[in-house]
Ligand binder design. Structure first.
Ligand SMILES: Cc1cc2nc3c(=O)[nH]c(=O)nc-3n(C[C@H](O)[C@H](O)[C@H](O)COP(=O)(O)O)c2cc1C
Ligand code: SF4
Ligand code: SF4
Length: 260
């Protein structure tokens, strides 16, 4: 088989899913001397190319787990892509609690759109909330991803075509919506506009002191992560109490899981 282009196609507000998908895409591409491309579907209504893929392409999908499911907006955006027997790797990234039905959901969605999943991964990252597995995915995680990708490529070259199953249950559990923590904006804001730029939901109002529109916000915390002066924050007593308890509950390290 000949693969000319490998695409990392991801929804990733705080970049963990992106890191995972890209590390796998680069390793796969090295096996065929293929080019790596990024298709970033994080920002609502932003047009991306290509929308269809052929059998000489390969796609690595990446998206976060929100309440045990694929984040709904990511699933909607992923459903806009189609393929003609394009081999793919499905990955979901989660914050050390669990991925529940999200990997199965992505696997089934990819198949429905005409992709052929030949490998899958549930990858651990720092959780959006609290202080859980800080710094992950780290070098060790990325090395594991690369080794997984090389093994999966070998199997594909040897003739194995389809990954028959991944963990998860149907009907999928309830989930996939955003959270209810709405970031605040401190007076130290320097009006740089970065939070509005990185917000996947266009929920930051530049005309109103960069305040967050609660009706659009999904609590992805991209605005908090990327604010250069820490003016975007989540410091209500309710959140701080939740974050402390949650961090203790999820302190024990989980490992990445790979399926070939
Ligand atoms: C609203 C919301 C719900 C989440 N639900 C889960 C979950 O069910 N299980 C889990 O382990 N992590 C959960 N997380 C954590 C994210 O999956 C994790 O931080 C992920 O790395 C974020 O991906 P990104 O960096 O690509 O944006 C949730 C995060 C948010 C914002
Ligand atoms: S405003 Fe809400 S949706 Fe937008 S980046 Fe911040 S947390 Fe995410
Ligand atoms: S990123 Fe921070 S400093 Fe820049 S506009 Fe947003 S809140 Fe203000």
């Amino acid at each position: 088989m000949k693969i000319k282009n490998v695409y990392a196609l991801y929804f990733s507000p705080t970049s963990s899913s992106k890191k995972g998908a890209l590390s796998i895409a680069h390793s796969l591409a090295s096996q065929w001397g293929a080019k790596v491309h990024e298709v970033d579907i994080t920002i609502l209504n932003k047009k991306v190319q290509p929308e269809t893929f052929c059998a000489e392409d390969m796609v690595v999908f990446g998206a976060p787990v929100y309440s045990g499911r694929l984040y709904r907006g990511a699933a909607q955006r992923l459903a806009e892509f189609s393929a003609e027997n394009t081999p793919c790797v499905v990955t979901v990234t989660y914050g050390n609690r669990h991925y529940d039905d999200a990997l199965l959901e992505m696997y089934e969605l990819a198949k429905k759109q005409g992709f052929v999943p030949f490998a899958a991964a549930a990858l651990v990252a720092q959780h959006t909330f609290g202080d859980i597995q800080k710094g992950r995915p780290n070098e060790r995680d990325l090395k594991e991803n690369r080794e997984f990708a090389l093994g999966a490529a070998k199997e594909l070259i040897a003739g194995k075509k389809v990954l028959e199953q991944v963990p998860g249950n149907t009907p999928y559990k309830e989930g996939g919506g955003g959270g209810s923590f709405i970031p605040q904006t401190k007076d130290t804001c320097i009006a740089c506009g970065l939070c509005a730029e990185v917000c996947p939901q266009q929920a930051v109002d530049a005309e109103n002191g960069y305040a967050v529109d609660a009706s659009r916000c999904i609590s992805c915390f991209a605005c908090i992560k990327y604010c250069p002066v820490h003016a975007k924050c989540m410091e209500t007593p309710e959140y701080l109490a939740f974050a402390e308890k949650f961090s203790k509950q999820l302190a024990q390290r989980r490992e990445n899981e790979y399926f070939v």
